[in-house]
Structures are given as C-alpha cells and as structure tokens.
Design a protein around this ligand. Structure first.
Ligand SMILES: [Zn+2]
Length: 226
C-alpha cells in the first residue's frame, strides 16, 4: 500500500513537471518550433498513418468492435514508447488527442470508460499503467466517467515473443471484473495503447460482457501486426 502511494505521488510529480516545463512551443518528437498550441509539428503530424476503419473480433458468442487512431509505425510508435518507457506525458497528451479525434470522427457512443489493467508486476517495473493514464485523460477531456472494471491474474506470460495462437491461449479468461454494479447495462469504452491480435482486448471485453455490460467498444492509439 505504501509503495503504491509513493508511486502515485511520483506519477503526480511527473505530471506537474511536464506541465511546468512544457511551453507547447516545441514538437515533442523532433523539437522543431511549433507556432500553435499543438505538441506535434506539421511535418511529424503528416507522417502519422491514420487508421480510418474499424474491425470486429467475433469469438465464442461475442462480437466486439475495435477502433484504432493510427497504425503502429514511425511517429506513433515513438510516442507510445516515450509514454510507456520514458514517462513522457507530452507524448501521452498527443496520443490522447488522436484518440479523442477518433471518438468524435467515428461517432463512438458509450457510457463509461475503462482500461486494460496491468499486473502488479509490470506496474512495479514501470511505475504506472499507461492505459489507465490514457483512459483517465480521455475521460477528463470528453467529460465522461472512467472506472476501474478489470483485474488481470498474475499467472500469464508476457505476450512479447508469442505468436498469434499462443497469445490467445496465454490470455484465455485471464481477466476478472470488479465494480460490477456500475457496468450493468452500460456501453463501455475499453482503452489500451496498442492492439495486435486483439486477444487482450477480447478477453477484457468478454469478462465485462459476462458481468452485464450491454456493449464493449475497444479504442487503442495504434493497430499493429505481429
Ligand atoms: Zn516534429
């Protein structure tokens, strides 16, 4: 508990430093001068490959719609890595802006926002859960509630290095729901940083649908292939 508190304070401190030291005049990727409030210059922005279509995961008896803001390459990949491993919340801010744009342009409708959980082990390693940060920031920007609905069991392996089939097998039913009374009959937006095979998102969605959510829609910053 004490450890968690210290980490939260550290996280908060990082956010404060980010606000103090970002004047919004430099591109977060190439440090080029930016004339407006944006955190990404036009040149970097032009390199982002936006993802304009959604896809559906149909597994078992469930169907889940998945939206991504961009493809996982170049600038977007760099932004995600900077957020995830370097605590760069300016990069996080840019990613959130892309995700909010996707919600608006694709007219995605939902009642509550939630996120893909991390195991205690990976939070210990990195200090925070980037999907939680994305969900909370989106929630603040669009004025929609965000709640914690999922817990991941610790007994799964890291997905890195596994092929498609192994990823699905590794994650099968490895999430359980909490705060169930708040998700009953609600349309949930599930936020994550990257979608690859969709196994993580699907099993998260399945846990919430089985607990009474009326619909789960997935939104990630980026879509990647194995
Ligand atoms: Zn730039």
């Amino acid at each position: 508990m004490g450890n968690e508190l210290i980490k939260n304070i550290k996280y908060l401190w990082h956010c404060i430093l980010n606000v103090i030291y970002s004047d919004g005049r430099e591109c977060t990727i190439c440090n080029e001068y930016v004339s407006d409030e944006k955190l990404l210059c036009n040149k970097c922005r032009a390199e982002v490959k936006l993802c304009k279509e959604y896809f559906k995961i149909c597994e078992e008896t469930f169907e889940v719609k998945c939206f991504s803001s961009a493809y996982y390459s170049g600038i977007i990949k760099e932004l995600i890595i900077n957020l995830k491993y370097k605590n760069d919340f300016k990069a996080g801010e840019v990613l959130v802006q892309y995700m909010v744009d996707t919600i608006r342009k694709q007219n995605i409708k939902f009642d509550v926002i939630t996120y893909v959980p991390s195991t205690k082990k990976s939070i210990k390693k990195r200090g925070y859960n980037q999907s939680k940060y994305l969900a909370r920031t989106i929630s603040y920007k669009i004025d929609t509630k965000s709640l914690e609905f999922l817990v991941k069991f610790n007994n799964t392996k890291d997905q890195i290095g596994l092929n498609g089939e192994e990823r699905w097998k590794n994650l099968k039913d490895s999430f359980k729901c909490i705060n169930i009374k708040y998700l009953k009959n609600k349309r949930i937006l599930l936020v994550d940083d990257v979608i690859t095979t969709g196994a993580t998102s699907f099993y998260c969605a399945k846990a919430m649908l089985r607990s009474g959510a009326s619909e789960v829609i997935i939104l990630t910053c980026a879509k990647s292939s194995l």
